[in-house]
Design a protein around this ligand. Structure first.
Ligand code: FAD
Length: 501
């Protein structure tokens, strides 16, 4: 006998039907299950009309709606503050239980706690589950039961715990979709929703109805697109450890946007890595890729245990002494920051990377490290400004990974690069884009330069530039800073950290 008669499954960052923890448990525990997604106007309001994330979510919801429809169910869509809209949908659909998956961001946790308290007081059961992470919250702790702040021992423990807890096993929700509430005959009680949300409807509004337009260079959304990308990546796992740092190669999975919105289960990725690691040929690549999934969980648990890092939109250094650093301010810093955002630094690899994020909403991981380090250690601009810029641009923007990685680059995070480690952008360029493939793709005005000059056009002989038809200052900017001088300034700036020890 099912525990509940009428459950409501609230989809958030988990827009799929396969291997879905909360959906699996809802389908097993209730006689029938309604499905809901809520557009939160407070989250949509600051976004530009052609925001790529909204387009991705919209396409993924369309795909999710079709999958539910094919199984006889439907996806209810509401728009309103979830704190009011979700309880209203529970009432309107006559649900006796609400199911959803955990979120680790402080604002989402507060929202979920408010909804849980309100519904529990009304006698509605609330069940929530781990789904975004392989291991979450307190599942990986040190011997003294404290959260880890160093990645390597965390990963060792993560691997052991994941194996013993069978944390990669699927939750085969797709096998139980016959428990979806049938489409016909469900008429929500409008009186319950009128005051709580703009609408509750069994139809996905168009992007235009939501106040948005089609995105430039959209990324294909939905579960099927995600599965195709995973299949496409599988043969490349073998060499991942050797190739992942080269942005000119299509060596990484590109799946981060799908993990962000849960159009693919992270457990499916981990199983793929585990299976590949059984063969000697693929072992090193698969293990390195699995480590990246562990980094993702690591940053989730850092944010879970240290919500102060992002409270009230005032992002703080993980190591408090780093908040004493005096970043550049004033017009010159504003101009430098604008040049960085607009790919006008005069450092070709940095500019190519910034064009990649601006044009596509994605940036290769090596380049994220290069441009982040360049912003705070070559330009002396506060890392929080870069973090906020990435948050606006990245399709895969995730508060925990973005904050954790920016703090890594600024050296203020847990297990960050040491403060005196300052990437040389030219060395990075020559090492990771040696033949200039990536630079030529995004900075075609430099394409005619040879493989030496392309990394630092200002060091090229006048004749080399002339033969390539390039005049610095006209066709491509002069470098914004001298790296050697900037390095000295940064070491002085960070001295405040040294003296605090
Ligand atoms: P793959 O190489 O195929 O890796 C597989 C998955 O592992 C990724 O999809 C991602 O989910 C995870 N992963 C890989 N590297 C990291 C990492 N360093 N930290 C956490 N998870 C990782 N990643 C985001 O998902 N969202 C962000 O907002 C984000 N901001 C970043 C900001 C900076 C300054 C830096 C240096 C890195 C940031 N990353 C972020 C991490 C990383 O760059 C991306 O996850 C990766 O480039 C995505 O490409 P992929 O899917 O091809 O990765």
């Amino acid at each position: 006998m099912p525990e509940f008669s009428n459950a409501l499954m609230w989809f958030r960052r988990d827009l799929r039907t396969r291997d879905h923890t909360a959906l699996y448990h809802a389908l097993r525990a209730a006689r029938q299950v309604h499905c809901l997604f809520v557009f939160d106007p407070a989250l949509l309001a600051p976004l530009p009309a052609d925001d790529r994330r909204v387009a991705f979510i919209h396409a993924s919801l369309a795909a999710l709606g079709e999958a539910l429809h094919a199984a006889g169910g439907q996806l209810w869509i509401a728009r309103g503050d979830p704190a009011a809209a979700v309880p209203a949908a529970v009432r309107a659909l006559g649900a006796d239980a609400l199911f959803f998956n955990h979120d680790y961001e402080p604002a989402a946790r507060r929202r979920d706690a408010t909804i849980t308290a309100a519904l529990t007081a009304e006698g509605c059961a609330v069940r929530s589950f781990k789904d975004q992470a392989i291991l979450e919250r307190d599942e990986v702790l040190t011997g003294s039961r404290r959260p880890y702040s160093v990645f390597t021992p965390y990963k060792r423990s993560w691997l052991q715990t994941a194996a013993s807890a069978r944390a990669f096993d699927p939750w085969p929700s797709e096998r139980h979709l016959d428990r979806l509430a049938p489409r016909a005959g469900v008429v929500p009680d409008a009186a319950s929703t009128d005051a709580a949300c703009d609408f509750l409807a069994p139809r996905l509004p168009t992007l235009a109805e939501l106040g948005f337009a089609a995105a430039r260079a959209p990324t294909a959304g939905g579960e099927e697109a995600a599965l195709r990308m995973l299949e496409d990546f599988e043969p490349r796992i073998d060499d991942y450890h050797r190739t992942r740092d080269f942005p000119g190669l299509a060596a990484t999975s590109g799946l981060s946007v799908h993990l962000r919105h849960g159009t693919l289960s992270v457990r499916a990725l981990a199983r793929t890595a585990y299976a590949a690691a059984q063969s000697a040929r693929a072992r090193a690549g698969a293990e390195t890729w699995l480590s990246e999934l562990a980094w993702r969980d690591f940053f989730f648990q850092v944010l879970h245990h240290h919500p102060r890092l992002v409270e009230k939109d005032e992002h703080r250094a993980f190591r408090p002494e780093y908040d004493a650093i005096q970043w550049e301010t004033g017009d010159a810093a504003d101009d430098d920051f604008a040049a960085w955002c607009e790919a006008r630094t005069g450092y070709p690899l940095v500019d190519a990377a910034m064009r990649q994020i601006n044009q596509t909403g994605f940036m290769h991981n090596r380049l994220r490290m290069v441009v982040a380090t360049f912003l705070c250690k070559d330009l002396g601009v506060d890392w929080r400004r870069g973090e906020a810029y990435f948050a606006r641009q990245l399709n895969d923007f995730d508060l925990s990974a973005n904050n954790g990685n920016w703090q890594w680059a600024a050296s203020s995070g847990c297990d960050a690069q040491p403060w005196f480690r300052i990437f040389n952008p030219l060395t990075q360029s020559a090492k990771f884009d040696a033949d200039g493939t990536f630079i030529r793709r995004y900075v075609p005005e430099l394409a005619a330069l040879d493989n030496t000059a392309i990394h630092a056009p200002w060091l090229a002989k006048a004749g080399v530039l002339a033969r390539a038809g390039i005049e610095l200052g006209r066709d491509y900017p002069h470098p914004l800073v001298d790296h050697a001088l900037a390095r000295e300034r940064t070491l002085e700036r960070y001295a405040v950290v040294k003296s605090a020890r």
